[in-house]
Ligand binder design. Structure first.
Ligand SMILES: *[C@@H]1O[C@H](CO)[C@@H](O)[C@H](O)[C@H]1NC(C)=O
Length: 252
């Protein structure tokens, strides 16, 4: 009876983790699931090793990690107290990925991101350096430190490369664009997105979100002209140093 009670508590704790409060309780889960909740076990195991990590580990992906299935941090703050994320409507990601039978993650620390359309909301004529770099306290600390001035310069240099144009970089072709971020990206970061055997390189001008929205011509390139609405298309992403992109200045 006591065992059952403890198992119940453990499950309750694990459940809060899924819904977003206590990721540290995860170790109890295997006990609860094994002893008393075989049906739950399947559900939780599906995401095991993919999303159940303390928030800490999501804070510093290394550059050497390479492209990873798209997730974004719900907690990473830069500058100091600014968490540049928006998880509104994340249930839509879950239902789209459930329907598609794709593995995804959504907990207190992070959630999966999928290619999504914002029509022409991230076309270059809707943006400028001031709008893309709103924080006087700083712009990025990873992989390069930059202040607001430097963020605006990076934006100008990046957009000067051209909108939805192809850049050859280390033997691969990347189509340029701007939009949302992933991982621990903040406004002023650059990231690569790989989907369908194609690459994009994006300057982040807005929040991180489950809804990975970028310049229209650029996402249509990745999706072979298909509208991503309703689908669970999880690309691979990597934060890169904007200054490493061919055509960008070599230093700030
Ligand atoms: C980068 O942008 C700045 C203006 O923000 C400009 O002065 C500089 O020439 C640009 N550098 C390159 C390599 O495009």
């Amino acid at each position: 009876m006591l065992t059952r009670f403890l198992a119940f508590c453990a499950l309750a704790a694990a459940e809060t983790c899924v819904n977003g409060t206590e990721c540290e309780e995860v170790d109890f889960l295997s006990y609860a699931a094994k002893e008393d909740f075989p049906r739950r076990k399947r559900r939780f195991r599906r995401h095991h090793g993919y999303g159940y990590r303390p928030c800490k580990s999501a804070e510093r992906p290394s550059l050497a990690e390479g492209p990873v299935p798209c997730t974004y941090s719900k907690t990473y703050a830069y500058p100091a107290t600014v968490v540049q994320e928006d998880s509104g409507g994340v249930a839509q990601m879950e239902s789209r990925c459930d329907s598609a039978g794709e593995d995804y993650v959504n907990n207190q620390c992070e959630a999966t991101c999928i290619i999504n359309s914002n029509s022409q909301g991230y076309d270059y004529n809707k943006w400028d350096a001031v709008k893309a770099c709103p924080y006087p306290a700083g712009a990025t600390e990873f992989p390069i430190v930059s202040n607001q001035e430097q963020c605006m310069q990076l934006y100008d240099n990046f957009t000067a490369l051209g909108e939805a144009v192809d850049i050859t970089w280390n033997g691969e072709v990347y189509r340029t664009g701007i939009g949302h971020g992933a991982l621990i990206g903040v406004r002023g970061n650059c990231l690569t997105i790989r989907y369908n055997g194609k690459n994009a390189v994006i300057f982040q001008v807005d929040i991180r979100s489950w809804s990975l929205e970028i310049t229209q011509k650029t996402y249509l390139y990745l999706t072979d002209n298909e509208n991503p609405g309703g689908f669970c298309w999880i690309p691979e992403v990597e934060i890169v140093n904007c200054l490493d992109i061919p055509g960008m200045p070599s230093s700030l």
